[in-house]
Design a protein around this ligand. Sequence first.
Ligand SMILES: O=C(O)CCC(=O)c1ccccc1C(=O)O
Ligand SMILES: [Mg+2]
Length: 368
Amino acid sequence: MKLKEIIVRHIKMPMKAPFATSFGTIHDKELLLIEAKDQSGTIGWGEAVAFVAPWYTEETLKTTWHMLEDFLIPILLHKEIGHPDEVSTLFSSIRRNCMAKASIEGAVWDIYAQQTNQSLARALGGKKERIEVGVSVGIQPSKEVLLTVIQNHLKKGYKRVKVKIKPGHDVEVVRAIRSEIPDLPLMVDANSAYSLNDLDVLQQLDAYNLLMIEQPLAVDDIVDHAKLQGKITTPICLDESIACYEDARKAIELGSCGVINIKIGRVGGLTEAKRIHDLCKENNIPVWCGGMLEAGIGRAHNIALTSLSNFILPGDTAGSSHYWYEDIIFPEVIVEDGYISVPQAIGIGYSPNMKVIEKLTLSKKVYQ
Ligand SMILES: O=C(O)CCC(=O)c1ccccc1C(=O)O
Ligand SMILES: [Mg+2]
């Protein structure tokens, strides 16, 4: 394929409820949509998942647009691409900026799947027909509200619940959930809010039979995570610390985690996500697919990736209606009894809903 035109749209999705984490609260999700056209007319879609502020990683919506416009789009436009794996090689002179790279690489994978007449899941080597999913619950105003929110998600069929924690809002919260729902498959995510000085609190969490503790320590500290893993039995799941295959290799070698959360944007695309998946599989490290409050295009890519065999644990890819009044794809992502069916149609298996996309678009730019 050769890309002849790329359209970048900045859209703003109103959220049903704000999402609070240890690093801040997200009220509406702004994101970039990438529409890439190949010379034969096939259109592929990608989503840039960076937030407007750099709390989760260093990237922002504006840095992703800058990288796309000034570096990544010029590299790809009019270049012959035989296979989507070549995109990361073409981008290898650009350091990091993973979410920007992933957004356009995802659109190339979509075109490739369509042109080889298969679903994106199949193109990636995924075989699962349905995937098990959980939900991520942000920090709530009170324990009562939190418990009501969790019960509502369980009624909808979600089988695993992740709650956000931060210092001062941790052991008590977990104790309250456990005393009301003792057998709930439960995990916590700290988004790097602790250090080894908090060992006492992290060891107390060990008593609550949690599936895992996600990213308790600093983003760049796989050494301290290894020390912590030696002192608690609950598996540590790394999220922010794993930005590429090499990070995963080193974390596994050091014993910094028992589980890895793979996010396509955080690791720079589907090709790198698949490499990390394969590495974890060889090392008996189960993985699951993390989320970035994606709109439908990002959600569709997550579903395809999660169809790979070592995505053993339920991921954060909830149904469209979990966050959105109206998603940007048709049909929307539906969760039934805790499962999403992996689409079998060619490409991402969902169509962009242009009416909704146009309505939510704040600005748009065409590159040729
Ligand atoms: O539902 C989702 O998309 C995942 C929600 C989530 O936990 C999250 C949301 C925003 C930023 C970081 C994270 C995270 O996994 O750490
Ligand atoms: Mg996380």
